[in-house]
Design a protein around this ligand. Structure first.
Ligand SMILES: *Cc1c(COP(=O)(O)O)cnc(C)c1O
Length: 240
């Protein structure tokens, strides 16, 4: 695995997608998704200039965050269990994947006790798949204002994990749907939501063409992930 070469390749592809979409590459932030990736490799990614990292398990993230330089930013991606909220609020600079009012309330509670304000993204189940976490679009519109009313939470935008398909083009309608839903949320809230977190290794170019501002890339940077030693479904969204 040649991380420097992979990173260069990904950046080239980001630039090309931005060019096609008439966007500046600075409008797309690259997150390195480091679940299962050893801490030395994470540090190497930091040395290559990557600054934003995503983890989907609190325990694993805690270990890496304490072992890596302090200039890296960490986001919790994927499903968060309520019993991991305190630790998540303590560790992460953003929680991507708020998918219920119950979870939002729990985050609010711990942010309050830790005297922190925590940026969040709301996760949307864009294809309404039974296997996935995230708000159904209509349910989100019902609860958006209640989440927005929580003083310790700052809604920065939306994130989604559309259905996997071998043909990235098939994902375009879901990305478009998420972008449109973000506009609707902005109208409801009367405020801009700057972040649209969508696009992974298999489909990030299409996501950029559809307006993504944050792509979450694991495999294209670090190669295929080793299998977990035990099944997920603990505190993750289970994209292994
Ligand atoms: C694992 C994961 C990714 C990265 O997936 P790749 O296909 O390896 O790029 C992105 N987002 C979430 C929420 C994930 O769990």
């Amino acid at each position: 695995m040649d991380l420097a070469a992979n990173l260069k390749g990904v950046r080239k592809r980001i630039e090309a997608a931005c060019e096609r979409a008439g966007r500046s590459p600075e409008t797309v932030e690259l997150m390195a998704v480091t679940k299962t990736v050893p801490v030395e490799t994470v540090c190497a990614a930091g040395e290559l200039g990557l600054r934003l990292f995503g983890e989907n398990r609190v325990q694993e993230a805690a270990l890496k965050i304490s072992s890596c330089p302090g200039n890296l930013r960490w986001h919790m991606i994927g499903h968060l269990q309520t019993n991991k909220c305190r630790e998540a609020v303590r560790l992460f600079s953003m929680i991507q994947g708020v998918d219920s009012l119950r979870l939002a309330n729990e985050i609010q509670h711990h942010a309050q006790t830790l005297s922190k304000t925590i940026p969040i993204l709301i996760e949307v189940n864009v294809a309404v798949e039974s296997s996935k976490f995230g708000y159904k679009p209509e349910s989100l519109l019902n609860e958006l204002e209640a989440i927005n009313a929580l003083p310790r939470l700052e809604i920065h935008g939306l994130m989604a994990i559309p259905p996997w398909t071998p043909e990235p083009e098939n994902t375009r309608p879901y990305f478009r749907r998420l972008r449109e839903l973000k506009s609707t949320c902005e109208q409801v809230l009367g405020a801009p939501l700057p972040v649209l977190s969508m696009g992974m290794s298999g489909d990030f170019e299409v996501a950029i063409e559809e307006g993504s501002t944050l792509i979450r890339i694991g495999t294209a940077l670090f190669g295929p992930r080793a299998a977990r030693s035990k099944p997920a479904k603990t505190d993750s969204d289970s994209i292994e």
